[in-house]
Design a protein around this ligand. Structure first.
Ligand SMILES: NC(=O)c1ccc[n+]([C@@H]2O[C@H](COP(=O)([O-])OP(=O)(O)OC[C@H]3O[C@@H](n4cnc5c(N)ncnc54)[C@H](OP(=O)(O)O)[C@@H]3O)[C@@H](O)[C@H]2O)c1
Length: 402
């Protein structure tokens, strides 16, 4: 896809003219495999091995070509958007070895958006916010336009998503585990869900930071550093960590019970391969894609869908679009302001955005659940076969799958 060039426009803060607001969404590649997607290099992507792509990304970034403006589009004739992909994977972005390179590349992408494309609002996607210290690093190094991490609307979208799960699976007033509870999204979801009357178990790796959220909640939440405990004592879990790896493993879950997981992670917190492996072993997990939004009525063609079905947008992307439509040139980069969550919700309602029908890895959830239940049954039957098998002392029980 070709690079989009644009002219620089001076900041219009406070100027009431009828010019489209320009905004850019800057995000990293999620996984190396993404290079093979239709929006990137579908042919050459398959020809070259993935390990070579990893090296190409680093080489390009070192040369100063580590970002790519992949799309330019119009939003309801009121705003003009650009999508800029930083050609480094989530793993590379958070690796100690490439941290500095990744930060500098994200900065270059943002400066390009500001100075060359003339955008007035930048939205940071995936881990671009995480490693720039929520935009603070960008502000210190010459980015003077509005920056948003988009997490306020990710929270609003996430709450709508879990409430749909609650209804669809008749989980009445479930105990909710928030994995990554002191992260920006995790903290705000923990506090808002507690306010709404849910019993919340907050999980994270730092007791000190968990305790800070506990105090903020008015001591209404339970905290734990043990993922197994959080998953085991809840009926629904929200995974919202910045881990570049799949974090839910066999040791953390049990056979014979259902887990409902709302996965907001980008990269996912439970990867497809790991998910299907667990299902094939007989585990019962209903996993839902978190923060997947659709626009009702007149849709927006953002041209580059980044691992999503056409028409679907990430909630943080939507918040950037909504901010442009509202001509709001403030920064939203620190901890999520709970009032701003409500504002983004109202904006979304006004412009017709809402949570998409539930999916799992972009496939309608119903289809995944029925495919999963077939595989779980096969696993159960196999378990029964090995359940009773001759041993030295006759028939003995070997494993109990469910
Ligand atoms: N779907 C969407 O539309 C959407 C929108 C916005 C964001 N997101 C995604 O949501 C996730 C969270 O975003 P955020 O802005 O809230 O990030 P954040 O503020 O950086 O918080 C992430 C938290 O994850 C924790 N964490 C990292 N690895 C972990 C692990 N292995 N086990 C437990 N906790 C772990 C970190 O805690 P430590 O300090 O202990 O490392 C941190 O507190 C990211 O993946 C982001 O890309 C998705």
């Amino acid at each position: 896809m070709k690079t989009v060039l644009g002219k620089q426009t001076p900041s219009r803060r406070g100027v009431k003219e009828k010019v489209k607001v320009k905004f850019a969404f800057v995000t990293n590649i999620i996984q190396t495999e993404d290079v093979r997607l239709k929006d990137f290099h579908p042919i050459i992507g398959r020809i070259l091995p993935l390990w070579l792509w990893d090296q190409i990304f680093i080489w390009l970034a070192k040369k100063g070509w580590g970002f790519w403006c992949v799309a330019k589009y119009h939003v309801l004739d009121k705003a003009e958007g650009y999508t800029i992909i930083v050609r480094l994977t989530a793993k590379q972005v958070v690796s100690r070895k490439h941290l500095r390179l990744a930060k500098e590349t994200i900065l270059k992408a943002c400066l390009y958006a500001q100075n060359e494309l003339g955008v007035e609002i930048i939205g940071l996607g995936s881990l671009a916010k995480f490693i720039t210290n929520e935009g603070e690093y960008l502000k210190k190094h010459g980015v003077h336009i509005a920056v948003t991490h988009g997490d306020a609307y990710a929270v609003a979208s996430g709450i709508a998503g879990i409430q749909t799960m609650e209804k669809q699976f008749q989980l009445q007033n479930p105990v909710i585990a928030v994995i990554g509870a002191y992260g920006k999204i995790g903290r705000a979801m923990t506090l808002l869900l507690t306010k709404q009357g849910y019993k919340v178990i907050a999980m994270g790796r730092s007791v000190k930071r968990l305790k800070a959220v506990q105090v903020e909640s008015g001591n209404k939440i339970t905290i734990t550093t043990d993922m197994k405990e959080a998953l085991g004592n809840s009926q629904l879990a929200i995974a919202t960590t910045s881990s570049p790896e799949s974090i839910i493993t066999e040791e953390m879950i049990e056979l014979g019970r259902a887990y409902y997981l709302y996965d907001l992670g980008q990269p996912y917190n439970l990867f497809p391969e790991q998910y299907w492996n667990l299902i094939k072993q007989g585990y019962n997990i209903v996993r839902v894609d978190g923060g997947f939004e659709k626009k009702n009525g007149h849709s927006i063609d953002i041209q580059c869908w980044m691992r999503l079905n056409p028409g679907i947008m990430y909630a943080c992307f939507v918040e950037t679009v909504l901010q442009a439509l509202a001509q709001d040139f403030d920064n939203y980069v620190g901890p999520v302001d709970l009032d701003h969550v409500q504002i983004t919700k109202q904006r979304a309602k006004k412009w017709g955005f809402s949570h998409d029908a539930l999916t799992c890895f972009n496939v309608p959830l119903k289809e995944v659940v029925s495919q999963a239940s077939v595989l779980q049954k096969v696993a159960q039957q196999q378990a029964v076969k090995v359940d009773w098998q001759p041993s030295l002392g006759g028939l003995s029980r070997v494993t109990t799958m469910l």
